[in-house]
Design a protein around this ligand. Structure first.
Ligand SMILES: Cc1cc2nc3c(=O)[nH]c(=O)nc-3n(C[C@H](O)[C@H](O)[C@H](O)COP(=O)(O)OP(=O)(O)OC[C@H]3O[C@@H](n4cnc5c(N)ncnc54)[C@H](O)[C@@H]3O)c2cc1C
Length: 305
């Protein structure tokens, strides 16, 4: 244990290292027990060395972005959580941006607008990192990552640097080549277009933020949509949950958002177990009453029984 601690600290001189670190501070649910090792490498070199060390020691790794789409167990994570938040550089090359995985998507959106570039406004005010958004092809307000992504640098299973020129058809609704792999997204390039009406661009961005605020996205800790939508069900998951009268339903500290059936909030002291039980309950009720099998979008992470 001491060898691991010393080496992780030695590698991450610019970064941050902690042990038995509660993950609740790093998830938008504000839920999650401790990670044995928690490390934020200071740059890509430290990240690579950290991952190599953890791999040599056969320590399980979880890559953490903005923690906006995960439910971490109350028992936490046995192994090392590697947070990419310090890898947040954004650089401009003509009308393209090169973005490190840990940059917040909303910051990237604002950066693009400052550089008078349009095409990334749709994602303004959405929580999460660029890497996390690429990982699952985040989408909202008529746009998705796959629309603008032109290159991705990532580490493969052997921690070798690879470049992918993404094929449009491989980036579908909540489905990308990264979701079935343990590859680590380091940075990506997006292609934008010069904007000739900045006022309108910012207006759009602020309208997305206002819309999220109005829908109650920021009133209590949550992880956005709990279930994927499925066209075959004839209505969005939130509507289906609403139809069977579950909106506002409480289970311990977990509650289905009073304004939005597809969001579960942590009312203050919710445990991961309560959130998970509420997810199960919704699935059972929707299946029983409507015959549809809702598929969770939020990922369960860590030590679950
Ligand atoms: C209020 C609110 C509103 C939301 N609205 C939307 C919305 O409109 N549309 C939408 O699509 N989503 C939405 N979400 C969900 C969430 O914001 C997105 O899924 C986001 O893309 C998650 O990114 P993240 O960095 O937080 O990922 P995390 O939750 O940290 O991680 C999610 C997964 O991605 C993996 N991952 C993260 N970074 C990397 C990397 N660099 N390399 C490899 N794997 C990586 C993780 O290992 C994990 O498996 C919302 C969430 C909240 C809280």
């Amino acid at each position: 244990v001491n060898k691991v601690r010393e080496n992780i600290k030695r590698i991450n001189k610019k970064g941050m290292v902690a042990f038995s670190e509660p993950l609740s501070s790093y998830t938008t649910f504000r839920i999650g027990g401790p990670a044995d090792v928690f490390v934020c490498p200071g740059d890509q070199q430290e990240l690579k060395e950290t991952l190599q060390f953890l791999s040599d020691e056969q320590i399980p790794v979880f890559i953490l972005g903005g923690g906006a789409n995960i439910l971490v167990s109350d028992k936490g994570f046995r192994g090392a959580v590697v947070s990419l938040t310090k890898l947040d550089k954004i650089t401009q090359q003509g009308s393209n941006l090169i973005i490190e995985a840990g940059a917040k998507v909303s910051d990237v959106s604002a950066y693009a607008a400052q550089k008078e570039l349009a095409g990334f406004d749709f994602i303004y005010a959405m929580p999460g990192s660029f890497g996390g958004a690429v990982w699952m092809n985040a989408r909202c307000y008529g746009g998705e990552i796959g629309d603008v992504l032109t290159r991705i640098n990532y580490l493969d299973d052997q921690l070798q640097l690879q470049t992918m020129i993404p094929k449009r058809e491989e980036f579908q609704y909540k489905n990308t080549p990264f979701m079935n792999q343990s590859w680590i997204i380091l940075e990506g390039e997006i292609s934008l277009t010069p904007c000739d009406d900045l006022e309108e661009l910012w207006k759009q961005m602020h309208s997305h933020e206002d819309d999220r605020r109005q829908k109650g996205h920021f009133t209590a800790p949550c992880a956005g949509s709990i279930f994927k939508n499925n066209r075959d069900f004839g209505a969005p998951s939130g509507k289906l949950i609403d139809t069977i009268g579950l909106k506002g339903y409480r289970h311990g500290g977990a509650q289905i958002h009073p304004n939005h059936g597809n969001i579960i909030i942590n009312t203050g002291q919710a445990t991961a177990k309560e959130i998970s039980e509420l997810i199960d309950l919704i699935q059972e009720r929707v299946y029983k009453e409507l015959g549809f099998n809702l598929e969770p979008e939020v990922l369960k992470v860590g030590d679950w029984e």
